[in-house]
Design a protein around this ligand. Structure first.
Ligand SMILES: *[C@@H]1O[C@H](CO)[C@@H](O)[C@H](O)[C@H]1NC(C)=O
Ligand SMILES: *[C@@H]1O[C@H](CO)[C@@H](O)[C@H](O)[C@H]1NC(C)=O
Ligand SMILES: *[C@@H]1O[C@H](CO)[C@@H](O)[C@H](O)[C@H]1NC(C)=O
Ligand SMILES: *[C@@H]1O[C@H](CO)[C@@H](O)[C@H](O)[C@H]1NC(C)=O
Length: 395
């Protein structure tokens, strides 16, 4: 009896100690918890219950007097771009390619957000999914692929890298460079470059895409998808498609790359936006975004969020496509290649993936049922959680 009591007492002690320890941990980690749980709860609540972002119009509109493009940054193209062009190809969308007429009828203007030193990545893209001739000869569509750049951030290397860039551009004629420092915090400047260049030099393009230089684009699948949109009742208008973030909270943690201070964005939730890794807009939406960039304050340096702000102000909402990836890398499997549009994180294996995904001899060898089962295995089990959603297995 006495022994028993002692044992229970001991157990309770251990329990108490454990509880205490856990509480201490929670208190120590409270800030982390706050960021990950509370800010998301606040943000989702705002997004799904309130969902009014009217403040964006008034808070982000700048008076024409303080216009960010007219602040003496030395623009040489009539105030259309923030910074002067160092490398440009005004007739990139007009050039002729044998039988001229339908080569001018650009289906897709594709901007790859690159950095000056990423020569290898650009070369891999040119040799694979960014090959305009391939799309023209194999898929019968006219696309333009250009690389958007600023200048090298390291002053001591800038002139060497710039010389290399000029040489590269002489060979390929596909670099668009403005005179701003190419850094993470200047990505919104690069976004503005893309929409301004498109508006000025390629307004006839049916679609505009913005992509990172470490993504893989399954060009045949993308082109087929865009063709379907064109023949749908909407005619491919009013479109902004990608991997959509809904109710994302601003990151307030100081150390984070995505840290956004309250004075820049005081509200609990961003408007919906697509992951910057790769998204597509129709020509009419591209024109609206262009006009938004003329009147909105562009100090929000996270470019995909700024895009969301522009779109919201113009009444455009993003639309989810399950085969556009956000941060995720697609599983390597023929049953995925059949459907995928973009996949992120392919800095080094673009060539092998292009071979496998586009030239692979798998078609017809695997039944639909088999492929569905494989996709369920690959996408719905927890260990691949960071790629296409489980829903993609059933679409
Ligand atoms: C691009 O595609 C064309 C047509 O398929 C092909 O002839 C050419 O070799 C490709 N270019 C590169 C750099 O791979
Ligand atoms: C963006 O580019 C401009 C022009 O080169 C430069 O003055 C500014 O410091 C850059 N901003 C960041 C955050 O790198
Ligand atoms: C843009 O917003 C930032 C941060 O909120 C502010 O400091 C800046 O003065 C604004 N610029 C203009 C032109 O309104
Ligand atoms: C203000 O924002 C709404 C969407 O929230 C948009 O539909 C409307 O066109 C905007 N108005 C102006 C004047 O920008």
């Amino acid at each position: 009896m006495f022994m028993n009591f002692r044992r229970i007492h001991k157990c309770q002690c251990v329990q108490l100690l454990t509880t205490g320890l856990v509480l201490c941990m929670v208190m120590v980690c409270w800030e982390e918890l706050d960021h990950h749980v509370v800010s998301h709860m606040r943000s989702y609540t705002y997004r799904y219950l309130v969902n009014r972002y009217d403040f964006l119009n008034s808070s982000f509109t700048v008076s024409s007097k303080h216009h960010h493009r007219n602040d003496g940054s030395g623009s040489v193209d009539g105030g259309l771009g923030n910074y002067p062009y160092l490398i440009n190809h005004p007739s990139k969308c007009r050039g002729s390619h044998g039988d001229g007429k339908s080569w001018d009828d650009v289906l897709l203007l594709l901007f790859v957000k690159s950095s000056p030193e990423n020569f290898e990545r650009r070369q891999a893209i040119r040799d694979t999914w960014g090959n305009e001739s391939f799309v023209w000869s194999e898929l019968g569509e006219s696309v333009r692929v250009v690389f958007a750049l600023g200048t090298h951030p390291d002053v001591s290397q800038r002139s060497r890298v710039q010389t290399a860039l000029l040489k590269e551009d002489q060979a390929y004629g596909d670099l668009i460079q403005q005179n701003f420092v190419d850094t993470f915090h200047n990505l919104t400047t690069k976004l503005i470059l893309q929409f301004h260049w498109g508006h000025r030099y390629c307004p006839q393009a049916r679609f505009l895409m913005s992509a990172d230089d470490d993504i893989f684009v399954h060009m045949p699948n993308l082109v087929r998808y865009l063709q379907q949109l064109m023949s749908s009742p909407s005619g491919g208008k009013d479109l902004w498609v990608g991997h959509v973030h809904r109710g994302a909270p601003p990151v307030r943690r100081k150390g984070s790359k995505y840290h956004v201070p309250y004075n820049l964005y005081p509200w609990p939730s961003y408007p919906d936006y697509t992951a910057g890794a790769g998204y597509v807009v129709s020509g009419d939406v591209a024109a609206k975004i262009y006009h938004a960039t003329l009147v909105l304050n562009s100090s929000m340096y996270i470019d995909d969020v700024f895009m969301g702000i522009c779109a919201k102000a113009m009444g455009v909402s993003p639309q989810e496509h399950v085969y556009f990836s956000g941060e995720g890398k697609a599983p390597y499997h023929p049953c995925i290649y059949d459907h995928m549009i973009t996949s992120h994180g392919h800095a080094t294996d673009v060539r092998s993936l292009w071979q496998a995904a586009v030239y692979g001899s798998y078609r017809g060898h695997m039944g639909d049922l088999y492929c569905r089962a494989v996709r369920v295995m690959l996408l719905c089990l927890p260990y691949y959680h960071n790629t296409y959603s489980c829903m993609a297995a059933f679409s």
